[in-house]
Design a protein around this ligand. Sequence first.
Ligand code: SF4
Length: 294
Amino acid sequence: MKIVVAKNSGFCFGVKRAMKMIDDLEKQSKEKPLYTLGPIIHNPQVVDSLKEKGILPLNDVSKMKKGSLILRTHGVEKTLLDKIKRKKIKYIDATCPFVANAHNYAKKLFKEGYLVVIFGETEHPEVLAINSQIDNKGIVVEKKEDIKKIVNMKNKRIGVISQTTQSLEKFKEIVTELMDNFKEIYVVNTICNATSLRQNSAVEVANKVDLMLVIGGKNSGNTKRLFQICYSLNRNTFHIETYKEIKSFKERVLKSKKVGLVAGASTPDWIIKEVVNYLKKIDKEEKKNGRKKK
Ligand code: SF4
């Protein structure tokens, strides 16, 4: 079995930065315990490993009596940040600079009188945080059909941005649909570089392997998108969080001569390595058993 790992798999710049901030704080801070505002990233295994170190996800800041709070990569809704400041809670802000960039463009476009359209998942914390920058006056569009919500505003000037981890292809589709309905559109591509790189690498690998594994949290938006992209190219694509899930489709894996891997931006290296090692192990066992692949 040949194992092909897509370039640019695993932790992105923003997640590495956040994890380093947590690590530094853990070593230096006297302000313990440490909390993350919700799960620091959408990866249950990483969240569990932080819990083991005593760094706990917290949803309700009013329950915080002491310690420090880490604001996650997705950014924080403005009203909540105001509350944290009012309560004088010690915090470090691990909001990814690419997300902060989307906040700035939302504010700029809004200030200039555009109706701000945010392409993204309605309930995703990043999208909620972006929209909160403009007092939730933006319109969130998940799919082309959602544009119907605003077509009666024909004379509006539209400023469109994207959730940082969206698919560029889908963003282009939304922009095209907007152009069919509105005269003046200001487009800012706020999809982050890490997302585009991962998606391009995933396409490259999914096209040339027999079976594709997409590794990452089932709650991770960017991983789900990698899955959708790979699945559209290769129906033999599986989304897993850890190597343990491979057991349920092991026979299909063993029938594959080339297995591709790509991991979402919130998937740590150790999980990718465990998957690679497991694939090598089952392949070795298979060879030992002397069964021939098709
Ligand atoms: S995926 Fe992009 S926007 Fe999100 S944390 Fe990583 S670098 Fe930042």
